[in-house]
Design a binder for this molecule. Structure first.
Ligand code: CP
Length: 340
């Protein structure tokens, strides 16, 4: 079988891929979910290695990528920066050019995770991935950087479609700032806004004053909504924003001031403390169209969302966590297998 037309392509943000290509990924992920251990898929990366390079901790991403490599017949190798001698602004060492070129001789793909607290300025994590992509001869997969989390976005779409059934076009997504003491990265929410606006969803983005996101990303989201004839609204009302939502995604995120004077997580945590009313709960969910609840996990229960909703019958969190595996397998097959 020939290689796919996506062979060698990086996945750093879903907006780098056409909607048609994303649909191909989702269709293959659906097949891989239905026929999980079929011989059709079991040897696509036989004897091949996928490198997982983590600057930050992870449960779902590490386990699902490792399982994905195993289920495709290959192997995933774990690497941390502390085990390397990389050049940085503060120390001498190996360049990204050399690291990427050498990794390309051992493996068929490289996944990288680098979140907000491992960079000095917003966007440097995403730039690091794009620097690896420039020098690497094999695909770079974003396992969550400080701007984007493409596999989370794909898994969200897959999980919503499996449950909503009639498609996402015209449905309303409430992207809601849930309070909490984690001062989380923008990557999951920004990826959600980008991909779901391209899928034709109406977007309601709700957060307290002072918690806006990347203006470039929001401009893209608005343009996507305009192109699809869907609506885009920003709300600072923590209750009325729930009206008519079909899906509620409650997630904490840090403010745009997080890097002012140097990244300071504790300052961000303190700043979010007064907003305890910003929680997804049963009362607010009554205002929706019987909305589903989604979240990338780990969930900050009791802050971002109540237990009742997170564990309720409309919660899709475990379906979506599982779908991480299937969408990752699909992208690995399309971009790394010689036999697909
Ligand atoms: N959703 C997600 O990326 O989870 P982990 O941080 O556990 O990988």
């Amino acid at each position: 079988m020939p290689r796919s037309k996506y062979f060698g392509k990086d996945m750093i943000c879903t907006r780098d891929w056409s909607v048609d290509a994303l649909e191909e990924i989702l269709a293959l992920a659906g097949d891989m979910k239905r026929e999980r251990y079929s011989s059709k898929f079991a040897k696509l990366l036989l004897n091949k290695t996928f490198i997982m390079f983590f600057y930050n901790p992870s449960v779902r991403t590490r386990l699902s990528f490792e399982a994905a490599a195993t289920e495709l017949g290959g192997h995933a190798q774990f690497l941390e920066p502390s085990s390397m001698r990389l050049k940085s602004s503060k120390s001498a060492g190996e360049t990204i050019e050399d690291a990427a070129k050498v990794m390309s001789r051992y493996a068929v793909g490289i996944g990288i995770r680098i979140l907000e607290d491992k960079v000095e300025n917003y966007g440097e994590g995403d730039e690091l991935l794009r620097e690896y992509a420039k020098w690497s001869d094999i695909p770079i997969l974003n396992m969550a950087d400080d701007k984007f989390h493409p596999f989370q976005g794909l898994a969200d779409v897959m999980g919503m479609r499996e449950n909503i059934g009639s498609g996402l076009k015209g449905k309303t997504l409430l992207q809601y700032w849930g309070h909490g003491a984690l001062a989380r990265s923008w990557c999951s929410v920004q990826e959600s806004l980008l991909i779901n606006s391209r899928m034709g969803m109406n977007i309601v983005l709700a957060y307290p004053e002072g918690y806006s996101l990347d203006h470039d990303v929001i401009a893209s989201v608005k343009a996507n909504c305009q192109e699809n004839g869907s609506s885009f609204e920003v709300s600072h009302d923590q209750v009325s924003c729930y009206k008519n939502a079909d899906v509620v995604y409650s997630r904490n995120w840090m403010s745009p001031d997080a890097y002012v004077g140097g990244f300071d997580k504790q300052r961000e945590i303190q700043k979010a403390l007064p907003y305890t009313d910003w929680i997804c709960d049963a009362e607010k969910m009554k205002l929706t169209n019987g909305a589903y609840f989604i979240h990338p996990m780990p969930v900050d229960r009791g802050h971002e969302v109540t237990d009742e909703i997170a564990s309720g019958e409309r919660s899709l969190i475990y379906d979506i966590a599982e779908n991480r595996l299937h969408v990752q397998k699909a992208v690995m097959a399309l971009t790394m297998s010689e036999d697909w």
